[in-house]
Design a protein around this ligand. Structure first.
Ligand code: SAM
Length: 208
C-alpha cells in the first residue's frame, strides 16, 4: 500500500515536471517569435505567482481581471487563492496561449485582446467596480505614458482600495508614485524566480 502511494506521488511529480518543461518550451518559442510582447524567456515561478495572488482579497466580491496570463501559472495561483473561476477574466494577446488557457481553465473567461486598451476590451465582458487586477504585462517594453495610462485606467475600474498588482524585474516601479494619484507598496525580492522579481501594488488613496 505504502509502495503504491509512493509510486502515485512519484508519477504525479513526473507528470507535473513534464508539463512544466512543455510550458517552458512553449514560452521560449513565443519569446523568440515576439520578444517584446512575451517579455520573459520563461514562465514565472509558482512562488512569484502565489505572492501576487496573496495580495487579492480571497473573500472579496467583484470580478478579478488578469492581464497577460501566458501559460497560466498566475491564473492557477489566483484560483488557489479562492477566487472562483467564474469571477476571473484573463486577457491574453497571443491566440496560442488563449487556446491553451481555455483547455486548462474551463470556467475562466479567457479574452483574446489587448490589455492596454483595458476599458474597451473589458466593456463587453464584465462591469466595474472590479475586485482586483493582476498584471504580468512586460510594462517596461512600453513608453512611460502608456504605462501610466494603463495604471490609471485600471485604478478607475477598481473598487475603492482594491489593488492593481504588477510584477517586474526592475529596481524601480514601472510607473513612479509621483506620476499620478496612487500609492505603491513594493514586496521584497522573490529570489525563486528567473530572474528575481518583485511585486508592486498600486491603489488609489481612500478618501475619508
Ligand atoms: C511576462 S509574460 C507573463 C506570463 C505569465 N503570466 C507568467 O507570469 O508566467 C507576459 C504575457 O503578457 C502577454 N501580453 C503582452 N502584451 C499583451 C497585451 N497587450 N495584451 C494582452 N496580453 C499581452 C504575453 O503574450 C505574455 O503571455
Amino acid at each position: 500500500m505504502r509502495n503504491l502511494k509512493t509510486l502515485a506521488r512519484q508519477t504525479g511529480r513526473a507528470v507535473e515536471q513534464k508539463l512544466r518543461v512543455k510550458d517552458e518550451v512553449r514560452f521560449l518559442k513565443n519569446w523568440i517569435g515576439s520578444p517584446l510582447l512575451t517579455g520573459a524567456v520563461a514562465p514565472s515561478s509558482p512562488q512569484l505567482a502565489a505572492l501576487m495572488a496573496s495580495l487579492l482579497d480571497g473573500n472579496g466580491s467583484g470580478t478579478v481581471v488578469e492581464l497577460g496570463p501566458g501559460t497560466g501559472v498566475v491564473t492557477s495561483a489566483i484560483l488557489a487563492r479562492g477566487i472562483a473561476p467564474g469571477r476571473l477574466v484573463s486577457i491574453e494577446y497571443s491566440p496560442d496561449f488563449c487556446k491553451l488557457l481555455r483547455g486548462r481553465f474551463p470556467g475562466v473567461h479567457i479574452v483574446q485582446g489587448d490589455a492596454y486598451s483595458l476599458k474597451t476590451t473589458l466593456e463587453p465582458v464584465c462591469s466595474s467596480p472590479l475586485g482586483g487586477i493582476v498584471s504580468s504585462l512586460p510594462l517596461f517594453t512600453r513608453p512611460p505614458a502608456e504605462r501610466l495610462q494603463l495604471v490609471n485606467d485600471a485604478l478607475d475600474l477598481l473598487a475603492p482600495g482594491a489593488p492593481f498588482i504588477q510584477f517586474s524585474y526592475a529596481l524601480v516601479p514601472p510607473v513612479p508614485e509621483d506620476a499620478g494619484d496612487f500609492i505603491i507598496d513594493r514586496s521584497s525580492w522573490v529570489l525563486k524566480n528567473l530572474p528575481p522579481a518583485r511585486v508592486w501594488t498600486y491603489r488609489r488613496p481612500v478618501k475619508v
